[in-house]
Design a protein around this ligand. Structure first.
Ligand code: CUA
Length: 342
């Protein structure tokens, strides 16, 4: 189950598609470091002994060498460019989610992780994902900086209040995987843990329909004996036959009525006081100043909390701010709704 790391068993299990390419790069960096450490420190020790005062009482004058200068400039330059190119390649794979990725909305707060799914379920401390399918996490924080880290998947991303960051992975190992918060966020920072529950097709479809998953029986957490968050198991498993869930987008639709959005924003494409929601998400729009902006999670959020920042061309800056009036959970639902108005 372990990938052979630079030193066998040093790296946690490789549980995602990305982990393999990450580990090869890591091994390369590690061994390049070992090589140059031995070369430089070994050379230093050799010269210390070879030219010690007892053997070499009169200092030797050494003239420069153009050949040497060229060699020790060219080799590190090529090496650094290789490391940059390789690192960039792996990094860009890590940050660019496939368009068809299953999306989960993550909220970090002191001191727990909360997950909102499209079909309306919210879980705390347990992130349920399908096996062998790309999953994109769209993350924000309610209070301070946190950082979402899944060592087995080799992904880590800061989670920031007031904006969205994202990370994606394709889990290739069923069972449970540890999640840590890796940004110091206050007294219980080290307890701010969660686990990723990777389910095969059958389990995943069952879970989506509200079937209880006995996570204690799933394999996992092999590399860490640390307890998972005390908040775990507080709502992920809706009882079978429970009332039908309201999807995230449906909840957002209700909110758009109670918060008054629909008074100015239509869903049928007709412009009102403000632009229509229809077909907006994921596309570029032109602003009053002629510049263009992509309508994504961050743009929608900014437009709700600070409506005058980027006003769409042809509309007046008349919308009041909703900052502080909409929780992160509600914001996620509203965004899911606007996204769903195709
Ligand atoms: Cu959240 Cu550390």
């Amino acid at each position: 189950m372990n990938t052979p790391g630079p030193v066998l068993g040093q790296l946690p299990p490789a549980g995602s598609g990305l982990a393999g390419s990450h580990d090869v790069l890591f091994s390369f960096l590690f061994w390049v470091n070992v090589f140059f450490f031995v070369l430089v420190i070994g050379g230093m020790i050799y010269f210390l002994i070879r030219y010690r005062a007892a053997k070499n009482p009169k200092a030797t004058q050494i003239e420069g060498s153009n050949l040497l200068e060229v060699i020790w400039t060219a080799i590190p330059t090529v090496l650094l460019l290789v490391i940059f190119g390789w690192g960039y390649y792996v990094y860009s794979k890590m940050v660019r989610a496939p368009a068809d990725a299953y999306e989960v909305r993550v909220i970090g707060k002191q001191w727990l992780w909360q997950f909102q799914y499209d079909h309306g379920v919210t879980t705390i401390g347990e992130l349920y994902v399908p096996l062998n399918k790309p999953v994109k996490l769209v993350m924000t924080a309610t209070d301070v900086l946190h950082s979402f880290f899944i060592p087995n998947f080799r992904v880590k991303q800061d989670v920031v209040p007031g904006m969205y960051t994202s990370v994606w992975f394709e889990a290739t190992m069923p069972g449970r995987h540890q999640v840590y918060c890796t940004e110091y966020c206050g007294a219980a920072h080290s307890n701010m843990m969660a686990q990723v529950i990777v389910l095969d097709d059958e389990q995943w479809n069952g879970w989506l329909r509200g079937k209880k998953i006995e996570i204690d029986k799933l394999p996992g957490l092999a590399f860490s004996a640390l307890p998972v968050s005390a908040h775990a198991d507080s709502g992920g498993n809706a009882a079978e036959g429970a009332p039908k869930l309201t999807s995230l987008a449906e909840r957002g639709k209700q909110l758009s009525q109670t918060k008054g959005c629909v008074a100015c924003h239509s869903i049928d494409g007709k412009p009102g006081v403000g632009p229509s929601y229809k077909g907006r998400f994921g596309k570029e729009i032109e602003l009053a100043d002629g510049s263009k902006v992509l309508v994504d999670d961050n743009y929608v959020r900014e437009s709700i909390e600070n409506p005058n920042a980027k006003v769409v061309k042809g509309f007046s800056p008349v919308m009041p701010t909703f900052k502080g009036l909409i929780t992160d959970e509600e914001m996620n639902a509203l965004i899911a709704f606007i996204k769903s108005v195709k």
